[in-house]
Design a protein around this ligand. Sequence first.
Ligand code: HXC
Ligand code: NAP
Length: 299
Amino acid sequence: MEKNNTGAAPMFTDRILNGRCIIVTGGGTGLGKSMARYFMQLGARVVITSRKLEVLETAARELMEETGGEALALACDVRHYDQVEHMLALCEEKFGLPDALVNNAAGNFISPTERLSHRAFDAVVDIVLRGSYNCTLACGKKWIAAKKPANILSIVTTYAWTGSAYVVPSACAKAGVLALTRSLAVEWAKYGIRLNAIAPGPFPTKGAWDRLFPPQFADMIKPEMRVPLKRVGHHQELANLAAFLISDFSAYITGDVITIDGGEWLMGAGQFNWVDMVATPDMWDELEKTIRAANEKKS
Ligand code: HXC
Ligand code: NAP
């Protein structure tokens, strides 16, 4: 599942990120690892960071073997500002100040909200929102002091603006990350710092699937059923978009969120989108007749 990279071609082939240093939080697994891999293929040196050093070290070795690039594995719990500062100091020692930060680390699970303890709510909000502002603030201070133009990309979700039942702490936190992105895009533009976000639809990863689509749901709901394009995303598709937003090709884009979900969130929003589920093409002659009949003038 982690290697769901087939089915989509890399968007760039030139080394458009050559010499850049990019920190990817949660970079040892899932989408973070897929983005890190592509950034390295495009010439970047990557710091992958999360809580589990062993997972990171294995991922870094794998990525370096695959790409011939450089990856540094650093343990850091993004909930703690002192750990973020320490991680940044080690990054500076090895690669210099980073050029970009990807706020990708997350925690999430489905649960009725009333079953959550306040600690469970904190656990998710602290990873997603506090973790993102800790990393953003620590990097931002350094970049501003050094007068270094830079780039922040945050991975949010489409329910950052729609909200969603059963993942309420995550929805609150992702909405906060989006507000952070839009606010600082304006405030820090004068320092040459851009901030953007990506809102992915379903992209299979072990981390998300174990916690959001448990086996008890497997026969009832397939994530791709909710997507107008009738499939899940390929990791390379997300990595393509991330590389574009990190690169100078998107130099005039800041404060935006780009959705990559095959139309999923809009399918939940349009009032008559359900028609697709009940009206087959051969029903339309009959349906049209019925509807036209309602227009006929009664004498
Ligand atoms: C109710 C739960 C729970 C559950 C944990 N808790 N799991 N409560 N239902 N399923 C409670 C615990 O009992 C505890 O509260 C509190 O939450 C903290 O739990 P810990 O295990 O101590 O927390 P921690 O070790 O910090 O782990 C954080 C975590 C875990 C979020 C709970 O799942 C994790 O490490 N996740 C990281 C990876 C991840 O979640 N990836 C998915 C991202 S996908 P008490 O009161 O007992 O102390 C994503 C996709 C979005 O975001 C959109 C998809 C389409
Ligand atoms: P994942 O593999 O579980 O990634 C989450 C990562 O966050 C893990 O590497 C985890 O590593 C790290 N992490 C968790 N808590 C941390 C902490 N306190 N400090 C530092 N790192 C921490 O899941 P994923 O699906 O790839 O998710 C990646 C991003 O995409 C997330 O922001 C998620 O919300 C977003 N997203 C995913 C989907 C999807 O369909 N997959 C859809 C929408 C949005 P450790 O356990 O080692 O700390």
